[in-house]
Design a protein. Sequence first.
Length: 235
Amino acid sequence: MSEVLVSHEIPAGAAWSVLVRAGRELRLTALGPGANCSTLLYAAQHPVDRLNVPDTLKAQMSAVIRPPMVLMSDRGLALCSVTGSSLPWHDALCGHSTDAQVARFGPSSYQWDGNAWRQSARAGLLSELRKHGRDTADLHGCVNFFAKAATSENMAGTVTFQPDHATTGDWVALRAEIDVLAVMSTAPHPLDLHWNPQPVRAEIRAIEPAGPDDPSRMFRAESERALLLAKEVLA
């Protein structure tokens, strides 16, 4: 059994950030149906390394994030490994919501709506990034954990959001391969036609070290190479 070191409930439509030490697990759990968790990842001690979604997908021949994939940085270094999930599909193509997209739900502000105000994922992510000395230039393509957006079978290849993808209790686990700053927003997916955000529980857990038969290391040669690069950074 893994030991829970930190447990935090990210309220619906809010943002949060946390430092995950190398070898520990970040476990996200959907606390409501249709949850979404737009997530950014950065190497805490190496500003040059941040999650590169296109390279992560291309190197591992996938259009979605799923176990046992490795989440890679711009230099091809493993930031985290996806060690488990109740869902086989986490969106990595659509990015996070912006103020312009959220505006379609009508005007909202903290003054009018209090904690229920409608804040885009970008606004929440930037608010958290600034706490760590980062800003707009540090934004990157995100992973929308618990969300699914798939291409339609029409000739245009339209990307369609599937609102019933996640249910209460769905989870995903990430093992940090180096010290990682995780920045998260629970604002709805940018293609979601409804404003109905759900809270997400984030836990930091102490787990056993990966063994020689670690599924992420054995997944693909590119995955193993990224994990070896992470070890070099830790050495």
